[in-house]
Write a protein that binds this ligand. Structure first.
Ligand SMILES: [Zn+2]
Length: 105
């Protein structure tokens, strides 16, 4: 995933790595902004990995119980990575705006 900033809409778009660097709103070329992944992103991955590891270690033959055990981990992991994405987008917006200001000055 990568983040791009559009100075036309003053908005950040999250794109897949193979996508062209254009704004998702107006489809004009947008500048790529590299933001380090926040801890929430890694914590989210960690929670999902931990949930899967627990499932592997525990012997639960019933598939319904496996899903029940994994669901809270998946939910919490998703919550954390969504939070991380929001933090990254805010940071990218800040950096994108600063860059535009620099260009104008
Ligand atoms: Zn735009």
């Amino acid at each position: 995933m990568k983040l791009v900033y559009c100075s036309n809409c003053d908005a950040v778009s999250a794109l897949a790595n193979f996508e062209r660097e254009v704004c998702q709103t107006c489809e004009r070329p947008a500048a790529r902004v590299d933001v380090p992944r926040p801890w929430q992103h890694w914590a989210g991955i960690g929670v999902i990995v931990a949930g899967s590891a627990i499932l592997l270690l525990m012997y639960i033959p019933e598939i319904q119980f496996r899903v029940l055990v994994l669901l809270p981990f998946l939910g919490f992991g998703l919550f954390l990575s969504t939070w991380g994405l929001r933090v990254s987008k805010d940071k990218a917006l800040e950096l994108g705006r600063a860059r535009v200001k620099e260009r104008k000055a």
